[in-house]
Design a protein around this ligand. Structure first.
Ligand code: ACO
Length: 403
């Protein structure tokens, strides 16, 4: 893809010159074989496979395997992987006390991140980053348990009892049941919901060196284990400029609706940067043409809402907002298009997830990418501790004297 002739080893040599690059707009922090993005052409490929081909023909776990190991799994490999993950879904019973110690108002992203950090305490002596068996086992543990933790964060926030995982179900169906099933009542899987959630999770699985993945890598570069690195990644994802945008989009749409203001007026406020208001779910550091994931999500939103028999005026509002923004010079000049977060919330809402769970769903989606990137870093002999330079702009040397 045009990079083949670059000698990456020269890029890591110290030159003695420090460049200032706010937000790392022009600085590569690593080389990677996992995900390719061409932001100008709107291309996203996992291990070389176009996202459009992957999205509708694979399962979440199949894509996870692809991202982690570099090839699509054989039927036997996938069945074994799936089975291993089903066997590791249970959380230690003591971890339930952890959830009960937190207020029911806790944001599920904080619960998720803290619980992942806490999870490592159950595996003392089994988190050696130089032991491949530990690394493999902890990937399986994390893939199996993160959905359970996420569902418990949800149940806690709505005051319902936790359910045990039902390992006769697929990864996605199990997750739906853990969230929406109620004790002692049968839970019927809705195949439309199941397939839609699988698609959304797949679309989020990896996105090269975004802020949360870079966080996972930075923490991992210190030799910290997968639990520590991914717990930090979840915190980075929670910000409204990153994964938290899916929650922020729904909040924004609700505010526009409740304000009684026209969409046009809201767009004017964004353009005038009134109170720093932004069009959430728009713009991307890398995509300057369109976000291929957003295209797939927009198509799915219509389909899923129709199939679920849900009509949501917020979807119409989102479409009107997109139409007005795309026709406007402000957005055209800055090459701002809907990103993956713009339409996902409407689908999650139709499924019955509360707004505060949206970024948690993103985290479950992104987990395979974080694990794959952590593993790539861990196996790369060129890995060094991440340690950016700074340009010091404070006082030179001063004589110590109190005022
Ligand atoms: N609404 C209004 N104006 C915007 C938006 C937006 N959503 N995004 C960028 N701009 C404007 C900026 O104000 C800036 O204008 P200026 O030149 O007049 O100052 C110009 O476009 C360039 O934007 P930057 O902030 O420099 O772009 P950057 O690459 O640093 O930021 C980001 C990218 C953070 C995604 C930004 O577009 C944004 O804040 N979007 C809204 C939040 C969002 O949806 N985040 C999710 C991103 S995707 C993901 O993480 C999964």
């Amino acid at each position: 893809d045009g990079h083949a002739s670059i000698d990456f080893s020269t890029l890591t040599r110290q030159t003695g010159h420090t460049g200032l690059d706010y937000g790392f707009v022009n600085t590569a922090s690593t080389k990677s074989e996992i995900t390719f993005i061409d932001g100008d052409k709107g291309i996203l490929r996992y291990r070389g496979y176009p996202i459009e081909q992957i999205a509708n023909s694979c399962s979440y776990l199949e894509v996870a395997w692809l991202l982690i190991y570099g090839e699509l799994p054989s039927a036997t490999e996938l069945a074994e992987f799936d089975e291993k993950i089903r066997r590791h879904t249970l959380l230690h019973e003591d971890l339930k006390h952890f959830f009960s110690a937190l207020p029911h108002t806790a944001h599920p992203m904080s619960v998720l991140s803290s619980a992942v950090a806490a999870l490592s305490t159950y595996y003392e002596g089994e988190t050696d980053v130089n032991n491949p068996e530990h690394v493999e086992l902890n990937m399986v543990r994390m893939l199996a348990k993160l959905p359970v933790i996420a569902a418990y964060a949800h149940k806690k926030s709505v005051g319902q009892a936790f359910l045990y995982p039902d390992n006769s179900l697929s990864f996605v169906d199990n997750f739906l049941k853990l969230n929406f099933g109620v004790h002692s009542e049968p839970y019927e899987i809705n195949p439309v919901m199941s397939r839609a959630l699988e698609l959304l999770l797949i679309l989020h699985e990896d996105h090269e060196q975004n802020a949360s993945t870079s966080t996972v890598r930075l923490v991992g570069s210190t030799g910290a284990n997968q639990f520590a690195s991914i717990s930090a990644g979840i915190q980075a994802l929670s910000g409204p400029l990153h994964g938290g945008a899916n929650e922020a989009v729904l909040t924004m749409l609700g505010q526009i609706r409740d304000s009684g203001q026209s969409v046009q007026r809201f767009v004017e406020r964004v353009k005038n940067k009134e109170d720093g208001v932004k069009l959430m779910g728009f713009g991307h550091r890398v995509y300057k043409n369109y976000d291929p994931r957003a295209k797939l999500v927009k198509a799915a939103a219509d389909e899923v809402l129709t199939e679920l028999g849900v009509t949501d005026p917020l979807l119409d509002l989102a479409k009107e907002l997109e139409e007005i923004a795309l026709a406007d010079d402000y957005f055209q000049e800055r090459r701002l298009y809907p990103n993956v977060d713009f339409y996902t919330g409407v689908i999650y809402k139709a499924m019955g997830f509360p707004t505060r769970m949206f970024t948690v769903l993103f985290a479950i989606g992104r987990l395979p990418g974080w694990l794959a990137q952590w593993r790539e870093l861990n196996l790369d002999p060129q890995t060094k501790i991440g340690r950016p330079q700074q340009l010091y702009t404070g006082s030179r040397e001063r004589e110590f004297r109190r005022n």
